[in-house]
Ligand binder design. Structure first.
Ligand code: DGJ
Length: 670
């Protein structure tokens, strides 16, 4: 990485990973500086780390805001200090006139990811209202394609590739990370693929509103800019107060998207995660088995059957508390419902733990129903705006976690449940977006809510260090490196449809490694899509994440039960490899083929999946090339439930019997 010196705002001149990106400067702006076209400024304005309107940068300024009288809106910083360390550099930037100071650090982590952190302090003597703070990273002109992840509920993380021309802005204003847009962007040449081409990527570690920009200026220079999207007046810094911007994590590889996102995985695994994870237990979640119909007898039976097939964690979902018999009431009242659990949760938990399984439980702590004791007591605790009828989502409102008294109430309620029971896991759900979310002072409150959420999670983790936490938001509505600093896995999607999951998990794997990605095998016919898939396909799809079961085990046939036991054993045998190795998404010329796998870092073994997600016009497919293999390997099919998944007629000989690589070579030579 090369960053400009001197007294001005630092400019990133080159970035990449020297061992990986061969050749000279990877971003070369010099030739743009050579000449000046008519109708422009008398020089090419710099694209600083925080790009400045005050020097002519024509895009969205890296830092903007204003004083009460409107002044200070276009700062121009000078570098007053710089400290170079082996792994990065930090700066102090000051603008005395605007009364602002920035302390920023750019660091290259062990695995090659680059992080940008910065804090802006109001050193003036009046309040400063901040509008934007977002660093820029330059890109070479050879980056002609953009890749983002977009989607919807049950179809998150779809890869969206488009030409890189002009300005692309992805804004999220939903108050949580969202199903619609992930806070990440990649750029590369039009030929970049999983295994080829130089790829540049950046993501924002933040679980609220954000703006991701990829822009090409009219002089041809290109850049990324990522930052929190601040609502009007949301951040008002009193004299001496500071704004700590969400971290930007950047990556680059000259060998395609797969190694570039491998750097994200390395960073998440080693730097972001709050604690090391042990072997990921097989989760059995009862949501789709019983929904709101909680019955002690049925759930005991479910626990017995779950244990028999080898589940290691039993998660009781929505419906166990307060008046929550459907989705219209009860949120906010986190006490065990005497109506459905007259004996309390104790007997079920004992049954579960008696089988050697962990017990997990669902909460949706940020929410309240109007029909709840909490709302009746504190109708003013919601993130709404006085004088306007609130907009409901799933018949509920969002509590304002920006207020300490709200967090304290929810902490006490959750703490009481966790302290009174042997609970090892919490599924933390968040089922609606935030609309017109003002805090008690009437000002926009999304940022404070997100910070309050992080704070409450940390407080609960401290009080209950043995509990693991799952981030769920109607499936994959809150998946980002921000929330993963406070939780241990995500619920990737409410769709357990194996065909869709192939694509959802592939997209999610651009951001997160498999051990953090909840992947459950559902019933033959998926509840959310109505589509039916074979057991082998469903199992082989769920295997490549943090494996679990979302199926009423009491309804399984004997054959399905036996098959499930096999798959659970298979997962247990391979989970160390699956959750520590290098994730490889394979290129394939046929768009109906989704091929991916995990290769051990020492290359000694790997597990791969090749799925055909729609019928191909050709009966056989092009060979798969797995990068990074050295020496001779034996290729063996994994039997799922005693069968080869997906083969209907006569499988190829190698698939039926296994083969080593030399055999292929010999066969070819013949
Ligand atoms: C949405 C989640 O994604 C589901 O898994 C389930 O927990 C429901 N909420 C419960 O209301």
């Amino acid at each position: 990485m090369v960053i400009s010196g001197g007294p001005r705002m630092p400019e990133v001149m080159e970035w990449g990973v020297s061992s990986d990106v061969a050749g000279g400067p990877v971003v070369d702006y010099e030739h743009y500086r050579a000449g000046l076209p008519p109708a422009t400024l008398q020089y090419h304005p710099p694209i600083g780390l925080f790009a400045q309107e005050s020097l002519g940068f024509p895009g969205r300024p890296g830092i903007s805001g204003h004083r009460p009288d409107g002044t200070g809106w276009s700062p121009r910083f000078v570098r007053t200090e710089e400290r170079v360390q082996p792994d990065g550099v930090s700066f102090v930037l000051e603008d005395d006139r605007a009364g602002l100071q920035v302390i920023a650090a750019v660091v290259i982590s062990d695995g090659g990811a680059i992080t940008i952190d910065a804090v802006l302090t109001n050193v003036g003597d009046t309040p400063y209202t901040l509008a934007t703070m977002a660093p820029t990273l330059p890109l070479p002109s050879s980056a002609t394609d953009l890749l983002t992840l977009s989607g919807r509920w049950t179809m998150e993380f779809m890869m969206n590739r488009r030409p890189f021309q002009g300005q692309m802005i992805v804004e999220n204003r939903r108050g949580r990370t969202s199903h619609e847009n992930a806070p990440v962007v990649f750029a590369g040449s039009s030929a970049f693929s999983e295994q080829a081409g130089t790829v540049w990527g950046a993501q924002l570690a933040w679980s609220g509103n954000f703006a991701v920009i990829a822009e090409e200026l009219s002089d041809g220079r290109k850049f990324f800019q990522l930052g929190e999207l601040l609502l009007p007046g949301e951040v008002q810094l009193a004299p001496g107060e500071a704004y700590d911007m969400p971290q930007v994590i950047a990556t680059c590889s000259s060998a395609g998207l797969t190694p570039a996102t491998g750097r994200f995985h390395h960073y998440l695994r080693n730097e972001v995660r709050p604690k090391p994870l042990g072997p990921r237990p097989v989760n059995l979640n009862v949501w789709e088995a019983v929904y709101f119909n909680h019955d002690e007898g049925v759930l005991m039976n479910l626990a017995d059957e779950a244990a028999k097939i080898g589940a290691e964690r039993f998660v009781l979902d929505d419906g166990w508390f307060g008046s929550r018999r459907d989705d219209s009431k009860g949120l906010g009242d986190w006490y065990v419902s005497p109506d459905v659990w007259p004996n309390g949760l104790g007997p079920l938990i004992e049954r579960v733990t008696g089988h050697g399984m962990q017990f997990g439980i669902w909460f949706e702590p940020e929410m309240v129903n109007a029909d709840s004791d909490l709302f009746r007591l504190h109708p003013d605790w919601t993130l709404t705006t006085d004088g306007y009828a609130p907009v409901l989502g799933r018949k509920q409102l969002v509590l304002d976690f920006g207020r300490s008294e709200v967090r304290e109430n929810i902490f006490n309620q959750i703490d009481a449940i966790l302290s009174a029971h042997d609970i090892s896991y919490v599924k933390w759900d968040m089922n609606r977006v935030i609309v017109q979310g003002s805090g008690a002072d009437g000002r926009a409150g999304v940022r404070k809510h997100v910070l309050g959420l992080y704070e409450l999670l940390d407080q609960l983790r401290l009080a209950h260090p043995k509990v693991e936490w799952e981030s769920c938001a109607s499936g994959g509505g809150r998946i980002d490196a921000g929330i993963l600093a406070h939780t241990d896995r995500v619920w990737t999607s409410d769709s357990n449809d194996a065909r869709d999951r192939q694509l959802i998990q592939r997209g999610a794997s651009l951001l997160i490694p498999p051990e953090l990605m909840g992947a459950h095998i559902g019933p033959p016919t998926t509840h959310t899509t109505g589509r039916t898939h074979s057991f082998g396909f469903r199992a082989a799809t769920a295997l490549f994440g943090h494996f679990g079961i979302e199926w009423n085990v009491l309804e399984m046939t004997e054959e399905e039960r036996a098959g499930m036991k096999d798959v659970v054993d298979l997962y247990k045998t391979h989970r160390n490899l699956l959750h520590s190795g290098q994730v490889i998404r394979l290129d394939h010329p046929d768009s109906s083929i989704v091929a991916h796998g995990v290769l051990a870092h020492d290359g000694s073994e790997g597990l791969f999946s090749v799925a055909s997600i729609h019928t191909r016009t050709a009966t056989s497919s092009a060979p798969l090339v797995i990068p990074g293999l050295t020496g001779t390997y034996r290729v063996e099919p994994l039997l799922i439930g005693g069968e080869l998944p997906g083969t209907d007629f006569a499988p190829p000989v190698w698939m039926a019997e296994g083969a080593d690589r030399n055999l292929f070579r010999e066969a070819k030579q013949l």
